[in-house]
Design a protein. Sequence first.
Length: 95
Amino acid sequence: MLRVAVEVPGNASTTTLSTINIALGRSVVMEHDKTVNQKLGWTLDELANSLGVSVPFLRLEIKRGKLRAAHLGRRIVLLDAEVRRYLAEASDRAA
């Protein structure tokens, strides 16, 4: 039997991970294992740790207008879509 994990896109904040069991000469059975919540936003500390950069560097990028942030009270939150856009632009500039 061959067991394969497949990522099935859900709505904007969830993705369903499914497993397909394939047995020779038998039908394919799909089992929904679990739903994984994707991050909608990042704090400066979370993003700095994830990217291996400093919080002051991220603050500077926000101040320069290269990275857009949302302010929720005193907390600064960077939306995941914005982080992906920023990283894609940084990748394009490096190429």
